[in-house]
Design a protein around this ligand. Structure first.
Ligand code: PEP
Ligand code: MG
Length: 561
């Protein structure tokens, strides 16, 4: 199909990136609007200053309302990010600083810019979480200045027809507000397969390609075709064949969407198909799909904007929402994975030069288990209230002693303990970890990053962080073998589990459950339902023997027929 779409027009160009959400999308190209330009400063005459103050408060209020409205339509971390920026727009200190400057005669756009610069400096000095909010401040400044000067609102425009969004990268606030009915495809120059853009695109089910080389130099393009399966981006392809290609991919997608579970190969080998969730709202959406349970509840995402530790009661009611959504089904709750790309203000993390290799995940609890103990208390309370027996797992476990430390605390509260395998040492010691815990769950996002020594967020290194890397598959194979020998489940809950072809390979390696964003599950389940276990095993052997990810994909595809 894509070849046909490519041939007829001499002007068609093809770029290549990393495919992250399968599917085809064709439409008019939209791009984020650039930041507004600041007009030359004008002195506001004394009698006009009250009106200028009002102009500012109206503009800031409008921007806050728009962000809050988008927050109301989003959920989880997306909603929190939008809401936090909306709150910033009404911040009293910021407003006071702008008003003061206007009363001295500065016009509102320049007063806004100066106040934001001053606050950005303060935020930077504070460091940590506050420093990370500087981007939000500048985003806010641009929105207010655009409003004041009659320029286009920066960020992503709301398209009026099915469109393909091409961007350098997307801020969480941008991605959060995407409407999948209008933005039907997405391609970015930056971001890796596990970047937040990819995770949110997957949640929204928008075909997506990241790390597209050359996307910054394409010039004027009217329409584009995104292929989230192959990673191709066709610029100004033939409209008729493109539309036909999208139509037939929709038909295939409809067949996949008809998959209702449970997870089984064609010959009945059981592989549970589970959902990754981040809050009660997400869990309720997932519960309405064919998800058999929750394989990863990322609890830290509930508290990204909390400046103090939520109480046991507050936590218990959030956890109970997820347990209730999946009443009578398996729910795996991950304890707080704070640190690195997910700093939590209340976790008291030190400033580190290299936070991905620093005090994150379970490591935070080793010296001071208070936060972990209170979280396990809250999970146990939620379990008692809902009559569920959740499984709990610790992130970033590297040693047997850590697994033992966690297992004792979980068992003391009647919870089923497991650990995540995200560090190569945990995969290599899987047999010994399983002497202390009841299950393992492989976080392929971090396991790939630490195996390949490649930042999972780096677009430049996206080829290294490909989950088809045979080195990663070897560690998965060793972990799965330890599970089979111990008679204990070993799941995969990283983004690798969202790839239908790789799902078959993982089943062949002995993985017992696959957990991914709910939107990705039908394709994963339908993929398994088409093949027999023997073919999965053959595909696994072929992929393990391959020299690189491309060869592993080709060999697996051939083995699965
Ligand atoms: C992983 O590392 O694969 C994982 C599931 O954890 P997270 O993506 O939240 O770091
Ligand atoms: Mg991880």
């Amino acid at each position: 199909m894509l070849e046909q779409a490519q041939t007829p027009s001499a002007t068609t160009r093809t770029l290549h990136g990393t495919p992250v959400v399968p599917g085809l999308a064709y439409g008019r190209v939209v791009r984020p609007a650039p930041a507004p330009t600041l007009p030359p400063a004008t002195e506001v005459a004394e009698p006009d200053r009250d009106a200028e103050v009002e102009r500012f408060t109206d503009a800031a209020g409008l921007v806050a309302d728009r962000l809050a409205a988008r927050a109301a339509g989003a959920s989880g971390v997306s909603a929190e990010v939008l809401q936090a920026t909306a709150v910033l727009a009404r911040d009293r200190g910021l407003t006071a600083s702008v008003v003061k400057a206007v009363r001295r005669g500065t016009d509102a756009p320049h007063a806004t810019t100066a106040a934001v610069d001053q606050f950005a400096g303060l935020f930077r000095q504070m460091g940590g979480l506050m420093a990370e909010r500087v981007t939000d401040l500048y985003d806010l400044r641009d929105r207010i200045v655009a409003e004041l000067t009659g320029q286009r609102e920066p960020g992503i425009p709301t398209p009026t027809e099915a469109s393909v969004l091409l961007a350098d990268d997307l801020a969480p606030a941008d991605t959060a507000g995407l409407d999948p009915a209008l933005v039907t495809g997405l391609a970015t120059r930056l971001g890796g397969p596990t970047s937040h853009t990819a995770i949110i695109a997957r949640q929204l089910g928008i075909p997506c390609v990241v790390a597209v080389a050359g996307l910054d130099t394409i010039g004027d393009v009217e329409r584009a075709l995104v292929d989230g399966t192959t990673g191709e981006l066709l610029l100004d392809p033939d409209p008729t064949t493109s539309t036909a290609a999208v139509e037939s991919s929709r038909e295939r997608a409809a067949a996949v969407a008809g998959w209702r579970g449970p997870g089984r190969t064609a010959d009945g080998h059981v592989v549970q198909v589970l959902a990754n969730v981040q809050d009660g709202a997400g869990a309720r959406v997932a519960a309405a799909t064919a998800a058999e349970g929750v394989g990863l509840f990322r609890t830290e995402l509930c508290f990204l904007s909390a400046d103090k530790e939520p109480t046991v009661e507050e936590q218990a009611s959030i956890y109970a929402e997820v347990l209730e959504a999946f009443a009578g089904r398996k729910v795996v709750v991950r304890t707080l994975d704070a640190g690195s790309d997910k700093p939590l203000a209340f976790a008291g993390m030190p400033d580190e030069a290299n936070p991905a290799l620093g005090v994150r995940g379970l490591r935070i609890a080793l010296d001071d288990p208070g936060i972990l103990d209170r979280q396990l208390d809250a999970i146990a309370l939620a379990a008692e209230r809902t009559g569920q027996t959740p499984w709990v797992m610790a992130p970033m476990v590297a040693t047997v002693a850590e697994a033992q430390f966690f297992a004792e605390r979980a068992r003391a509260r009647g919870l089923v303990p497991g650990v995540m395998v995200e560090v190569p040492s945990a995969a290599l010691l899987a047999d010994r970890l399983l002497q202390h815990v009841d299950f393992l769950s492989i976080g392929t996002n971090d396991l790939t990053q630490y195996t390949m020594a490649a930042d999972r967020l780096s677009a430049e290194l996206a080829a290294l962080t490909d989950p088809w890397q045979p080195a990663l598959l070897a560690l998965v194979a060793q972990t799965a073998a330890a599970g089979l020998a111990a008679g204990k489940p070993v799941g995969v809950c990283g983004e690798a589990a969202a790839d239908p072809l790789l799902g078959c390979v993982l089943a062949g390696l002995g993985i017992t459950s696959l957990s991914a964003a709910a939107a990705a599950l039908p394709a994963v389940g339908a993929g398994l339902a088409h093949v027999e276990l023997a073919a999965c095993r053959a595909a696994a052997t072929a992929a393990l023997d391959a020299a690189d990810p491309a060869a592993a994909r080709t060999a697996a595809r051939a083995a699965l027929g």
